[in-house]
Design a protein around this ligand. Sequence first.
Ligand SMILES: C[S@@+](CC[C@H](N)C(=O)[O-])C[C@H]1O[C@@H](n2cnc3c(N)ncnc32)[C@H](O)[C@@H]1O
Length: 247
Amino acid sequence: MTKVFLIGAGPGDAELLTVKALRLLGQADVVLHDSLVGPDILALARADARLVDVGKRCGRHSASQQEICALLVAEARGGAMVVRLKGGDPMIFGRATEEMAELTRHGIGFEVIPGVTAATAAAAALGVSLTRRGVASSLHFLAGHGAQSGLPAHDWLALTKSGGTLVVYMGGLSLAGLAAQFIEAGMAPDTPALAVENASLPGQRVVEGTLASLPGQMAAAPASGPVLVMIGPAFSPGESRHIKSDR
Ligand SMILES: C[S@@+](CC[C@H](N)C(=O)[O-])C[C@H]1O[C@@H](n2cnc3c(N)ncnc32)[C@H](O)[C@@H]1O
């Protein structure tokens, strides 16, 4: 029975793949991958596997979600062992729902193999725990842009009141608007905020600032790779941490 494997490729470092992901990648006939999945990881696919870049970054689609779903179904129906390789974890801002639904609709089975998400890779790279007893007792993963464009309609007040750690995916371009929303909701402008670009990769860069300063810092030195924005008291200079600025 044909089955599609939705696999998390992790944040970029090939050594962060799970053992299961590595094994399946080495067996697949076809690998449909995102653009964030780098050459080191793709090199682990079977030598004669077909690699198809269906990548999309920050709304710049090279194949629409509908086309990707159709391709998944067509390849699986053709009898190929199909791996759908997604950056980070497939279940976090990975459009896995649409793909699982389409496979189910066509009676095709699937299995999801989790991956290391960008937030935990960035935490490891920073040497900062995202939760900390008495300092940050909740962790929130937010999208930095909405289904259309612009900021999603988050409950800025509730997030501010939570006092927890906020991790913003896809927030590089909307950082100024995001910071303004939190400040308007009452978050202190000097709340620690960091941007981590290319977490786990050789081009890793960390920009440290505050909610008020980070947008200007990032505008002065724009990122070229994926960026994660992290906000909250867990990143206070007084907290236990071992921030390394690059890899
Ligand atoms: C469409 S989301 C996919 C998230 C992915 N499923 C995950 O679990 O990490 C893409 C966003 O993830 C973040 N991201 C992915 N890889 C990253 C990396 N190596 N360093 C920093 N941020 C990364 C960026 O915010 C990027 O815009």
